[in-house]
Design a protein around this ligand. Structure first.
Ligand code: PA5
Length: 457
């Protein structure tokens, strides 16, 4: 038991959604040996240096380094722009949205205690990036380029563009405006950091990409924005200590992995939909999407992962969820205490007296409950996770919960959750088209295929 979240699987049980769509006690008992094997596989992955995310919450040195770098930015930059792709961007965006200041980003630094506003860029589209670049004054903007491999096209292209602009505007002082977060030893960004003596932070080789939010990748942007990163790591560490048991009844990460894997493999619920009922958690669902889909989508298996923020999607997708294909399992995420609330005072329009003396939070909760009840009644499985409040420790626990559940779900569905060969293919094709020498061998094949794609027949 933890006070950091509660996980409820009753809405996906055979009792409530029927034998054909939900899981029974017997299904879970039968899966006990599988669960035990998954636990062992994770221990082995940790020993093999693949599951370093398990140890990140216990590394105070990383935290201190990020706090020092964040303190150095304070008062000397109005804006910090974080540039990265996939796992090198989504974690930072999640932390900033869930825990960052609710003040509008346009407010001057003084209103944020000298802290920069932090923006995350993960799209090199010239139509959106160049206007942003041109609008940010070089002398009051800092840039954090994040890439574990240091080779990803987007950050490399944007870094090159930025560097020449900064050099032209600031001369040698351009170096004070850049922090690189990358592999400790290899890759073009690490070389650049050494050659130009740029400030740099490390992505540990054993915890990259979608498992890297709790190292400098997420911690520097969060600390720069003034988020309590110590609290975040405390929650992650507290949760990690709870995810040791091989018994799903005593390990929520294993329970979550087991329920979702079995719903997918035994009940055909291969589309997993995360429905957060907290606007600030919409990016969390995007982070989860990458983690779940990229880690498990291999060897012809895996699950579609769809983020579907609550109230909005309820009015656009619920019809399909209720009466469309029965291939989905739902994950409802809600926050018990929104931190602020207000009573809806009468008089309202005719027909709304039932709202009087209710709060806006009551209405929001009723939407989540009403939708979950409708789905379960229609025999559509719903797993619910409730967070007591959007606090750093609570979010840290949630991140650790999902990274651990994902790492356990890999062996449950028979894949290695830690590689991403499919993503690498796309990246290398793009680099080959632009002339990267190490990918030259594939260039002709890619061009040929593209010619065929252009044909009308
Ligand atoms: O999870 C992953 O490994 C990927 O999504 C990467 O995060 C993404 O491709 C960016 O890679 P890199 O950090 O090497 O630039």
């Amino acid at each position: 038991m933890t006070s950091l979240f509660s996980l409820r699987t009753a809405g996906a049980s055979a009792d409530l959604v029927g034998r054909e769509h939900g899981l029974s006690a017997t299904d879970l008992e039968d899966a006990a040996p599988l669960a035990e094997r998954a636990g062992r596989a994770l221990v082995e992955a940790r020993e093999a240096g693949k599951a370093g995310f398990l140890d990140l919450p216990l590394r105070p040195a990383v935290l201190d380094e990020c706090l020092a770098a964040a303190e150095d930015l304070r008062g000397r930059c109005e804006t910090l722009v974080v540039v990265g792709m996939g796992g090198s961007a989504l974690g930072a965006r999640t932390l900033l949205s869930a825990l960052g200041s609710p003040l509008p980003p346009g407010l001057p630094g003084a209103a944020r205690n000298g802290r920069p506003r932090v923006l995350v860029v993960d799209d090199p589209d010239p139509a959106s990036f160049l206007p942003l670049l041109d609008a940010l004054p070089p002398a009051s903007t800092c840039w954090n380029f994040v890439s574990k491999s240091g080779k990803t096209l987007e950050p490399l292209a944007l870094y090159s563009l930025l560097r020449s602009r900064l050099e032209a505007a600031l001369g040698p002082a351009w170096r004070e405006r850049v922090i690189l977060t990358t592999d400790p030893a290899g890759g073009p960004l690490r070389e650049e950091a050494s050659r130009e003596r740029l400030r740099s932070l490390v992505v540990p080789p054993e915890a990259g990409g979608r498992f890297s939010v709790l190292c400098a990748v997420g911690l520097l942007p969060a600390a720069a924005a003034g988020i309590d990163v110590r609290g975040l790591m405390r929650g992650a560490a507290e949760a990690a200590a709870l995810f040791q048991s091989a018994d799903p009844a005593r390990n929520d990460a294993l329970r979550l992995a087991l329920w979702l894997s079995l719903l997918g493999t035994k009940r055909g619920k291969r589309h997993h939909v995360m429905v957060p009922y907290a606007a600030a958690l919409a990016p969390f669902a995007g982070w989860w999407q990458q983690l779940w889909a990229e880690s498990l989508g291999k060897n012809g298996t895996g699950f579609d992962a769809t983020p579907a923020p609550g109230p909005g999607c309820q009015h656009s997708l619920l019809q399909l969820w209720m009466e469309g294909p029965r291939d989905k399992a739902f994950l409802f995420l809600d926050v018990e205490d929104p931190g602020v609330d207000r009573v809806i005072d009468p008089p309202g329009p005719p027909g709304a007296p039932f709202l009087s003396r209710r709060t806006l939070g009551d209405a929001h909760r009723a939407l989540a409950d009403g939708t979950a009840a409708a789905l379960v009644r229609a025999g559509r499985p719903v797993i619910r996770i409730s967070l007591p409040a959007l606090r750093p420790d609570v979010l840290g626990a949630q991140l650790q919960l999902w990274m651990t559940a994902t790492a356990l779900a890999g062996p449950l569905v028979g894949v290695d959750p830690f590689g991403q060969p499919g993503v690498e293919e796309g990246k290398r094709n793009a680099a080959s088209l632009l002339g990267r020498e190490e990918d030259a061998a594939r260039r002709e094949g890619v061009r040929d295929l593209l010619d065929r794609l252009r044909s009308r027949r």
